[in-house]
Design a protein around this ligand. Structure first.
Ligand code: FES
Length: 180
């Protein structure tokens, strides 16, 4: 094999290596750039104020508490199912609703509704809440967090952009003081 052939083969492999690295770099750069530019390219500034639909009012029977899911308004294309967020919907009667965050007010474990006992129970440390979301027993110091809700054209909607907290912003929507 001549030196000229060896050099040509080496040069070819070198070019293939550079091409392969360029392809991998481009593949890695796309999601990174999308992440960095997402605050500019996605119109999410008003997501806090958006009403997020939970479904037709008729799908929540009076006197019952049902699990529902909604899309987090800050969803990004790559979020997939992780943007589906659960909540508990209690239809008291008529158009009176309560919508609770699924997370325990202690350390955030998902609570479950037990219609037989009329309690939300937390599997982590035994926290319990009454049907109206108020604290019944256990480590949580307060009741379940509640989303502000409304009905528009027969669709139950909530303010979901801001996770409910005892802080002042959530309280603004509810028009009552924090931790009320
Ligand atoms: S996380 Fe629910 S009681 Fe601790």
């Amino acid at each position: 094999m001549s030196n000229e052939t060896l050099l040509t083969r080496r040069g070819l492999f070198m070019k293939l290596g550079v091409l392969f690295n360029a392809i991998v770099a481009a593949m890695l750069a796309v999601p990174i750039l999308r992440y960095l530019l997402s605050s500019v390219t996605l119109k999410r500034a008003n997501a806090y104020a958006d009403w997020v639909p939970l479904g037709p009012v008729g799908q929540f029977p009076e006197g019952e508490t049902r699990l529902a899911t909604f899309r987090n308004p800050f969803v990004m294309p790559g979020d997939g199912q992780t943007a589906d967020t659960a909540c508990w919907v209690r239809r008291i009667e008529g158009e009176q609703f309560q919508v609770f965050a699924v997370n325990c007010a202690h350390l955030g474990c998902p609570v479950r509704w037990f219609p037989q006992s009329g309690l939300f129970m937390c599997p982590c440390h035994g926290g319990a809440y009454y049907r109206d979301g108020s604290r019944a027993s256990g480590p949580p110091e307060r009741g379940l967090f509640e989303y502000p809700s409304t009905i528009q054209l027969g669709i139950l909607k909530i303010h979901a952009g801001e996770l409910p907290t005892p802080g002042p912003n959530a309280a603004l929507y509810r028009k009552r003081p924090p931790c009320a």
